[in-house]
Ligand binder design. Structure first.
Ligand code: PLP
Length: 420
């Protein structure tokens, strides 16, 4: 079996290939230009472009005549079907079951909601474990819930000298029989490091702690399998994988039923609906289904889940080629420092760099003027920047997804070289 760049092995003898020209023709915004230069969207980690089928699905929902859930008429029944379809789509994306899928405004809001609810089960003397590799959306909500419940917070460190890998010794040191939760990222939205999810879940479960995995950054790049990893919760945001601004959470069925969410009267008593506060963005849910179907369309197989798995294999092979190109170019530039893994293995194609003598903000602004859209600052990877001693200015972030091309990488490398 073929070894895949982000870990895992191919289950298909023949990996489907990404055809960048055909992929790009499905994204209307990729034809945009800046002062006569084609726009290079290298800001995928901040949010990807939206596939045409997603735009059509969202507009179609509104054009047909939408309505709220629960009415005894056609449009309401159709809205019910939109929600059910979206749950089924996410279940296929995660390797889960539809009633284990909860939707919400975004990942941050879902995390605040779950953290408040879960903290009702914690007692003084308990502790929770977070990591320094995480986006703050998987740190602050838990810290605030812990503070309100009188629960200690412990941090897992990462090693800047070793690809910014999580230091699992510090995880072991943090865990004990009073640990209630380990919340950690699947991949860093700053330095791209992918974490050993299965192993962390296993260690957390060995002391009886629940796990909450932030897969927001990982989801456009690699296959998720909540059943294989056995995580209790996992969360993604569809705008990071070619869809609309909607958060999607997986939770084990028994936990979604047992934990008491904050909700209105008379909110639904049954999960997952009782976790969904207020009226959902139904047009976005139509878009979420279309985004999953778009991903699946890149792969082959008899079922949608099989096509998703096959698509991620193709994506990870293609993105590893992009990453290789970028890494070998950056390695020739003495005034550019790269934080994180220097090979495409165990990382996403998301790169945090520093150019000697120019602030990250200046770099991003100058590249932006040239039509290369990259980010600068901390992108809410607050703990990461503290640990890397970059909390003042942050770092430049250049990120690729499968609609980016080798030509775009050569172009941004040339612009970075000209600046350095
Ligand atoms: C790794 C990671 N986690 C969480 C978030 C927050 O997601 P949302 O905007 O859906 O709240 C982001 C957003 O950039 C992210 O990159």
């Amino acid at each position: 079996m073929e070894k895949l760049p982000f870990g895992g092995t191919s289950v298909y003898a023949q990996v489907v290939k990404i055809d960048a020209t055909s992929v790009r023709s499905g994204f209307p915004s990729l034809t945009r230009s800046v002062d006569g230069r084609a726009a290079a969207y290298l800001d995928g980690p901040g949010g990807t472009q939206v596939h045409a089928s997603v735009i059509d699905a969202m507009a179609g929902f509104m054009a047909r005549g939408g309505s709220n859930l629960g009415g005894p008429f056609a449009t309401s029944h159709e809205t019910g079907a939109v929600v059910a379809d979206a749950r089924a789509a996410l279940a296929d994306l995660f390797g889960a079951r539809p009633h284990e899928i909860v939707f919400g405004q975004n990942m941050t809001s879902l995390t605040f909601s779950l953290s408040r609810a879960l903290s009702r089960t914690w007692s003084v003397g308990d502790n929770i474990v977070l990591t320094k590799l995480d986006h703050d959306a998987n740190v602050s909500p838990w810290m605030q819930a812990a503070d309100a419940a009188g629960v200690a917070v412990r941090f897992v460190d990462f090693d800047p000298e070793r690809g910014c890998d999580l230091d699992l010794d510090t995880l072991d040191a943090a865990l004990d029989d009073r640990t209630r939760l380990v919340a950690f990222t699947y991949a860093s939205n700053a330095v791209g490091t992918v974490t050993p999810v299965d192993e962390i879940v296993e260690r957390a479960h060995s002391v009886g702690a629940l796990t909450y995995v932030d897969a927001v950054h990982y989801a456009p790049h690699g296959r998720i399998d909540v059943t294989a990893s056995d995580t209790d919760f996992l969360v993604v945001s569809a705008y990071k994988w070619f869809g609309p601004h909607t958060g999607c959470m997986y939770g084990k069925e028994d936990l979604l039923s047992a934990i008491e969410p904050y909700k209105l009267r008379p909110a639904p008593e049954t999960s997952p609906d009782r976790w969904e506060t207020g009226t959902q963005s139904f047009e976005s849910l139509a878009g979420v289904t279309a985004a999953v179907n778009y991903l699946a369309s890149l792969g082959s197989g008899a079922t949608r889940r099989e096509r998703i798995i096959s698509a991620y294999e193709a994506i990870s092979v293609y993105e590893a080629e992009l990453a290789e190109r970028f890494l070998s170019g950056i390695a020739t530039m003495p005034r550019v420092t790269l934080l994180g893994h220097t090979t495409p293995t165990s990382r996403t194609p998301t790169f945090a760099i520093d150019i000697e003598g120019i602030t990250p903000d200046d770099v991003a602004t100058r590249l932006g003027d040239l039509g290369c859209f990259v980010w600068a600052g901390n992108y809410y990877a607050y703990e990461v920047m503290q640990r890397l001693d970059r909390s003042e200015d942050g770092l430049v972030r250049v990120g690729f997804v499968h609609y980016n091309t080798i030509a775009e990488i050569d172009r941004v490398l040339a612009e970075i070289e000209a600046l350095s």
